[in-house]
Design a protein around this ligand. Structure first.
Ligand code: DGL
Length: 259
């Protein structure tokens, strides 16, 4: 099962589905709690536990993937204690960035919660003897990505404005970490405008998942009857409009769970 607060995890789903195609996927998103990037940790973990438990009652789940950096940095250890399933979270790929940077200046783009989390602060502190890591929180980009994923038009001009502001603000990071699943959507824009190395934390996590599956799980990766399903927590008019988009991604249905 892949979980995200919103539709950003669909980008992760697309990426993993290409690498592990013959597996059944369940995609769950919290369309009432979204966005998580500025919400309280207890609120987030309470909702995720409820959502995961409800879906696990209905389906056989081999692995839970928290495709949300915010939820992962805040709640992963608690989820692992409380839920009896293997759980892997997408986390900002900071260590990989230290291997790729040439000038030791790195920029992390993520939500407010991710950037101000103990998890990220501790890593940045530990690495500060050698690396300058600039953190840029942006909930504006989260909302923008969610809108685009819902099918709304967004002008390149706005993206250009946001990124160019960053370009002038920063010292000179040569490596940018996308520390929010939604931000994969902007990879090409970032490459085009900022001309830096861009590290997508989703891709790094997928490599880790592949290894994990090989070594730890005897799940059926070659399911004959693929029928991917999406789940949300409230079927509003806005969510109903997502059915066609979810079909396009490969989900045969959008279901509601009551939490
Ligand atoms: N996609 C989520 C992440 O990776 C965050 C979006 C939100 O604020 O809910 O951080």
């Amino acid at each position: 099962m892949i979980f995200d607060s919103g539709l950003g995890g669909l980008l992760f789903y697309n990426q993993i589905k290409r690498i592990i195609p013959y597996s059944n996927y369940f995609y769950a998103f919290d369309n009432v709690g979204f966005p998580y990037g500025n919400k309280d940790k207890n609120y987030i973990s309470y909702r995720i536990i409820k959502i995961i438990n409800s879906i696990c009652k209905l389906n056989k789940i081999d692995l839970i993937i928290i495709a949300c950096n915010t939820a992962s940095v805040l709640t992963l250890s608690e989820l692992r204690k409380l839920l009896n399933y293997p759980i892997i979270g997408v986390l900002p790929a900071i260590r990989i960035a230290t291997e790729l940077t040439r000038n030791n200046h790195i920029c992390l783009l993520a939500t407010n919660n991710t950037i101000y989390s103990n998890y990220v602060s501790n890593i940045i502190n530990k690495l500060s003897y050698k690396y300058t890591i600039i953190s840029i929180p942006s909930m504006q980009l989260v909302h923008l990505a969610e809108k685009i994923l819902q099918g709304y038009y967004s002008s390149n001009l706005l993206l250009h404005k946001i990124f160019t502001k960053w370009k002038n603000n920063n010292k000179t990071p040569d490596t940018i970490i996308l520390g929010c699943t939604h931000f994969s959507l902007f990879t090409l824009n970032l490459l085009h405008i900022l001309k830096k190395t861009v590290i997508d934390s989703n891709i790094i996590t997928i490599n880790f998942i592949l290894n994990f599956i090989k070594n730890n799980i005897s799940c059926n990766l070659n399911s004959k009857f693929i029928c991917d399903k999406a789940y949300c927590v409230s079927l509003t008019k806005k969510t109903r409009n997502l059915v066609t988009i979810l079909k396009y991604y490969g989900f045969e249905s959008l279901n509601v769970i009551n939490i």
